[in-house]
Design a protein around this ligand. Sequence first.
Ligand code: NAD
Length: 458
Amino acid sequence: MRRICVMGTGYVGLVTGACLSDFGNAIVCLDIDEERIDRLKNGELPIYEPGLEELVTRNTERGRLSFSTEIPFAIKSSEIIFITVGTPALPDGDVDMSYVFKAAEMISTFMEDYKIIVNKSTVPVGTGVEVGALIGKSHADEDFDIVSNPEFLREGAAIDDFMRPDRVVIGANSQRALDAIVDVYRPLYLRETPMVLTNVASAEMIKYASNTMLAAKISFINEIANICEAYSADVTAVARGMGLDERIGPRNLYPGAGFGGSCFPKDVSGLGSIARKAHVEVPVIDAINQTNICQQQLMIDKLKDLLGSLSDQTVCLLGLAFKPDTDDIREAPALRMIDALLVAGARVQTYDPVAMDNTRALYPDLIYAADPYQAAQGANALVLMTEWNEFRNIDLPRIRSCLLEAKILDCRNLYEPREMQELGFEYISVGRPPRRPGDTPGEEISITPAATPYPSFQ
Ligand code: NAD
């Protein structure tokens, strides 16, 4: 049993703490946010993540997991310290490293013996060296080691991703630290999880390169979807045809409203910023976020086309979270849609299974409904923004009877166009020909594969 503390109890810190305690380690999860820690001490989770509550309860009951704001004591009594604080984007696209450096300062101030400092936050290449230099001002080189252990979990599937990762990346510049962190992940050896053992800078780069590649796939398929629309091709068939090529693969090839969340947009701009600092030209990387912004605007334009104008319309918006199975609304495409609707003078009636509280804090004046049918009541159109499972099996005839006008903008291609037409909807989706009740079946609708067979992405 190793004594480990985790600095930062957000999505990554809480999942890391809970999972490492489940591996049998003694974990203290730390935060500077006292309210957050109080809630955790009372058994209340500050975030929604499937399976997390059960894991936290089990390990706190067994005495392996605790929560604290007593950072000095926790640092002194831990042999390994994980940094899992936020690294948000600054307005110019650069990475705000202030939380990481503050955490490093705290470690430097309170550590009294050898520590392994593991950075799990997503940080620019070179951060390990900078954190080492900061701590090295007050401590001898042999008193600490810096490790980079980037996290690849997806919100909504975070526990499974941590317990059954595609790979674990550990970057260290000392054998002692490398061996210790490999040992922390030893339970994953049972599953033969590949371990990528490398130096600190390479590990830092792997994280940025991976997220940027995933975001690039989404922006790429969104551009393909828009070309498909111009030529009456069906992007669902195109993506399937592409994805069966093993060099491409099917995942993250879903067109939609653009990516959001706390990682992709800021990591793409962060990598561009890192490249510019090194005088490296990266036009491909720069284009990823630009395409994403255009895609979010395109959804707003599609809704304008569907309704004629957004002004004085009532719009039912289903889904607020940036992806299903999370309450996280950071950079969610739904928020851009809400902004456009409110600016145009539209009324928004919305429903999301878990993200309404977070949204209400930002937009107190929307109508928050108890279910999708209440949200659709009397609306001029329904816009589907997040592909929650709950929306896949919605009672569409009932939705139609609730709506004032049978118009749907499906930003996630959740429904089958032909079926929507048969149900009497005017139906717009992404990268597929629009369908209206009076349309006669044309060549463009002859091959429409059934609903997407792949799990959600990001
Ligand atoms: P978050 O914003 O949800 O949580 C960060 C927490 O750190 C907050 O509770 C904050 O109060 C706390 N904190 C800040 N300074 C602190 C300090 N000095 N000591 C203790 N606690 C402190 O962040 P997150 O979404 O968990 O992301 C954390 C990092 O992991 C980021 O770098 C992010 O890019 C990366 N990451 C996130 C995800 C994800 O899906 N959210 C996935 C992989 C990697």
